[in-house]
Ligand binder design. Structure first.
Ligand code: SF4
Ligand code: SF4
Length: 234
């Protein structure tokens, strides 16, 4: 509901100052006791919590986190192809479009593919990033996304905010029917496997939408949890 600003001139009681101070104290005390003894917020985004032990709804970050809404520009990821390689062809368009100049790429050539390039190095300084999303918009290959639902994790070390290609390449693979590598094939992929991959590929969206640039259900948090359970947590 939009908030309406009340611009009417102060009346005599308000001009006396003290009644308004008491009014403010009354509101603060009401919220204080409500927070102390009752559940303050029924926000379903909050993680499950035993309300019999903790009635206060203040989010205990980082143990508890809200789920960001769809379309939230989170941490970048380099989208993998069906064969696990990055979709990125090292065209530098994202680095060129980046107003913060925080993307660094070095291009290389595949040994088994005479046409396509790939990023030997792909580094994003998440500390410098202003989360504008221009890199995602500029990419002609749908190779970089910000659909992780995560912001840059806090750290004491600046170097920890510099994400390289190994950290960035994650999440579900995406392949499109008109992907040149998928049509050409590769000596390292068997013909049967290639047919399987082609069958899974989807048409390239003709109109870019928020929905098209999101991977439903994908969350780096879920991936991190899985890695933690496997004992691979960072
Ligand atoms: S979101 Fe903006 S600032 Fe961040 S890497 Fe992409 S283009 Fe650069
Ligand atoms: S992420 Fe996209 S825009 Fe950036 S270099 Fe790779 S293919 Fe080009």
């Amino acid at each position: 509901m939009p908030y309406t600003v009340d611009n009417r001139p102060a009346n005599f009681r308000e001009q006396m100052y003290f009644p308004e101070i008491l009014q403010g104290l009354k509101i603060a005390a009401r919220h204080f006791f409500k927070n102390l003894f009752f559940s303050r917020d029924a926000n379903p985004d909050f993680l499950e919590r035993d309300r019999s032990l903790n009635w206060v709804a203040t989010l205990q970050y980082p143990e508890e986190r809200v789920t960001y809404p769809p379309g939230y520009r989170g941490l970048h990821r380099l989208v993998p192809r069906e064969d696990g390689k990055p979709r990125c062809v090292a065209c530098y368009m994202c680095a060129t479009a980046c107003p913060a100049q925080c993307i660094y790429i070095e291009a290389g050539e595949y040994a088994d593919d005479p046409v396509e390039k790939y990023p030997v190095k792909f580094v994003i300084d998440e500390m410098r990033c202003i989360v504008c999303g221009f890199c995602v918009e500029a990419c002609p290959k749908d190779a970089i996304r910000m659909d992780s639902g995560e912001h840059a994790p806090p750290s004491y070390d600046r170097a920890a905010q510099i994400w390289d290609e190994q950290r960035l390449l994650r999440g579900p693979p995406i392949s499109y029917q008109n992907d040149p590598w998928l049509r050409r094939g590769s000596p390292s992929i068997s013909p049967e496997k290639l047919e399987e991959m082609r069958a899974r590929a989807r048409p390239f969206p003709t109109v870019a939408t928020d929905e098209a640039s999101q991977t439903p259900g994908f969350s780096v948090r879920a991936l991190a949890q899985e890695a933690k359970e496997r004992g691979e947590g960072r």
